[in-house]
Design a protein around this ligand. Structure first.
Ligand code: DMJ
Length: 644
């Protein structure tokens, strides 16, 4: 149930001229005055009359023959096999009205020229380029080794490294989060020594920790620890079609620990009176409770499903998937604002709390998991999960309609916030966290295959193109959030110069950036936590568009991390202020720097056939799970059970 907003949408409409509606009258007049007919008949009024007469005759002929109504979802339905049959419209009057109302919006096709001559679509870089990217990929691998060595030396077994004070810190409940978050990155990079060290630590310590520890956050533990164990299970050969680890424990060790952990985490679902889980779990006695404000974050409760579904598939036990998917089934029933949802929800009432809408903190991965869980489950024939795709599409329409604006003076596209929900005003504020969205939009548009292939196979709808266009525009803004600062690293939050908002003297510090007047960085928002979202989107966009600019942007960002966040004694550190040189350092290496940021950079510079996006889905912490036709059937397949 979507309510529309009370204020004019004109100001916040994302102007995508390429696909703007054109009236029937415009189509006719444009055809007349731009085609060959124009050249031959423009000076001859009889010719014009005959031309119009012919078009009218043709229109009448079309109207008297019943046929399918053209639909922009035709291409998609081929991919899904779940769309309703098209309605056959036989009423001539109705068809005439329809024809007058709007011209059919057809997705663009690759022109012959684009197919053969555009570097973006051929996807074949020359040999010199390949060598360059292999060398850059090695640089990322060295960065990972440096990060791990600092962690191993000063903080092995702690959740995080404090690289300046050279000690460990348990900020995530004490399950050795960096070890588990890093493991599959080391597998993908072929770092056998790290795989062996991390794997042995997990085998010897993690079960004991799980059975003794107190409070952990359900979401953080699921995405980092459970997610890390599950992808390690797969990448070490757990379900037998890939083995990126020649060392470390047997895959079943990872699975056994994952099940033990998930069994305890399930208490967050089962102790709540609604399908919305509590936010915290006491691991040692498998009990759960709400956060101190009694609320759960929308993104947290809706970012558990990829992990629990995959665990059900490989363990053969449906209980994980059953509990986790109840959350989405419940969300389906809740009122939304054009598909957008408030950032808090009550596990006691099951209702949204407050009005605040944003795609940054507490909102972000709700939208990410709608499409990713659909991608994970879509091969299940009964089509029960199509509602996830519909919710995603509606939400992205809501984003384009209500949240997207352009900056002054250079028209950077950004996604703002609605702090007062449908009754409030627009805020031109964007968390760096929102930079996951370009990748998600691109993935949702092509379903993981290249844009070139999707276009050749006629799979893209008008909405897919609009989402891809927004993905590319927004990725540029995310990149400019880096290049506008003195350090070349993005702040945690940026504001944007619009006709309603500007604050002087709050630029990023890089005076040579074209966008120094478009992007505003407030004092409290100038920190950088080594976050992955922008490089994640660059990786996905590179895979999908094959445009080398995304690799170049990623390389620039990587060099800035190297220059300003590397700590000589080992590890990398967060920064307090990205706008001043030298930047003040913060003394924390977040687990996602190894789990996500360096993994995405490594994959961005590497061979696109590694972990292909149409065969794997990355959880929100960059842990890849395979998408397989059979294994997501209720309770997992027999074949999978046999391997346990
Ligand atoms: C990660 O833990 C995940 O990507 C999450 O979805 C958002 N926050 C961090 C990275 O910034």
């Amino acid at each position: 149930m979507s309510k529309s907003l009370p204020y004019s949408v004109k100001d916040v409409h994302y102007d995508n001229a390429k696909f703007r509606h054109r009236s029937f009258f415009k189509v006719i007049t444009q055809t007349l005055f731009t085609s060959d007919m124009k050249r031959e008949c423009v000076s001859c009024s009889t010719g014009k009359f005959l031309g119009l007469f012919m078009i009218f005759g043709l229109a009448c002929l079309m109207l008297t023959h019943a046929s399918k109504t053209p639909s922009v979802t035709d291409g998609l339905s081929k991919g899904l096999g779940t769309n309703e049959e098209q309605k056959v419209v036989t009423d001539v009057g109705l068809r005439f009205k329809k024809l007058l109302r709007r011209a059919p919006r057809l997705p663009p096709r690759l022109s012959g020229n684009e197919k053969v001559s555009s570097g973006i679509f051929t996807g074949k870089p020359n040999e010199h380029d390949e060598e360059k990217w292999k060398a850059r990929q090695r640089n990322v691998k060295e960065a990972f080794t440096h990060a791990w060595s600092g962690y191993k030396k000063f903080a092995m077994g702690y959740d995080e490294l404090l690289p300046l004070s050279m000690q460990g810190f348990d900020g995530l409940g004490g399950l050795g989060a960096t070890v588990v978050d890093s493991l599959d990155t080391a597998m993908i990079m072929g770092l056998e020594e790290v795989v062996s060290e991390a794997g042995s630590w997990i085998e010897s310590n993690l079960l004991e920790r799980i059975s003794q520890k107190g409070d952990v956050n359900l979401f953080e533990t699921t995405i980092r620890v459970l997610g890390g164990l599950l992808s390690a299970y797969h990448l070490s050969g757990g379900d037998q079609d890939m083995n990126l680890a020649n060392t470390g424990p047997k895959p079943t060790i990872y699975l056994e620990i994952a099940k033990n952990l998930a069994d305890r985490l399930l208490s967050a679902f089962t102790s709540s009176p609604t399908p919305i889980p509590y936010s915290d779990v006491l691991l040692k006695n498998s009990s759960a409770h709400p956060a101190s404000n009694l609320l759960s974050s929308t993104s947290e409760v809706s970012t558990l499903q990829l992990e629990f579904n995959y665990l059900s598939a490989i363990s053969g036990d449906p209980k994980y998937k059953t509990e986790a998917m109840k959350v989405f089934a419940h969300f389906k029933t809740l009122p939304k604002v054009e598909g957008l949802v408030p950032i808090y929800i009550s596990p006691h009432s099951g209702e949204f709390i407050g009005q605040e809408i944003r795609l940054g903190s507490r909102g972000d991965s709700y939208y990410e998991y709608l499409i990713k869980v659909w991608l994970q489950l879509r091969s299940i024939q009964d089509g029960n999960f199509t509602y996830l795709y519909d919710m995603y599409e509606e939400a992205m329409r809501g984003v384009r309609h209500l949240l997207v604006q352009k900056t002054i003076p250079n028209e950077l596209v950004f996604v703002g916030e609605l702090p007062g929900g449908s009754k409030g005003s627009f805020s031109p504020k964007m968390d760096h966290l929102v930079c996951f969205l370009p990748g998600t939009l691109a993935l949702g548009a092509t379903k993981g295959i290249t844009k070139e292939k999707a276009m050749k196979d006629n799979l893209l709808t008008i909405e897919d193109f609009e989402n891809l266009k927004l993905a590319e525009d927004l990725a540029k803004t995310c990149f400019e959030m880096y290049s506008v600062t003195s350090t070349g690293l993005a702040p945690e939050i940026a504001y944007f110069h619009t006709k309603d908002f500007y604050e002087d003297g709050l630029g990023g510090g890089n005076q040579s950036s074209e966008y120094v007047n478009d992007i505003i960085i407030k004092f409290n928002d100038r920190h950088n936590l080594l976050r992955p979202e922008t490089v994640e989107s660059l990786f996905v966009l590179y895979r999908i568009t094959q445009d080398p600019k995304y690799r170049e942007w990623g390389w620039q960002i990587f060099q800035s991390f190297e220059k300003y966040t590397k700590v000589d004694s080992g590890g990398y550190t967060s920064l307090n202020d990205v706008t001043t040189l030298p930047p003040q350092r913060r003394d924390k290496m977040e687990t996602f720097f190894l789990g996500e940021t360096l993994k995405y950079l490594y994959l961005l510079f590497g061979d696109s056939s590694v972990i292909p996006l149409d065969k794997f889905v990355f959880n929100t912490e960059a842990h890849p799970f395979p998408i397989k036709d059979a294994i997501y059937l209720e309770g997992g397949s027999n074949m999978m059970k046999g391997t346990m």
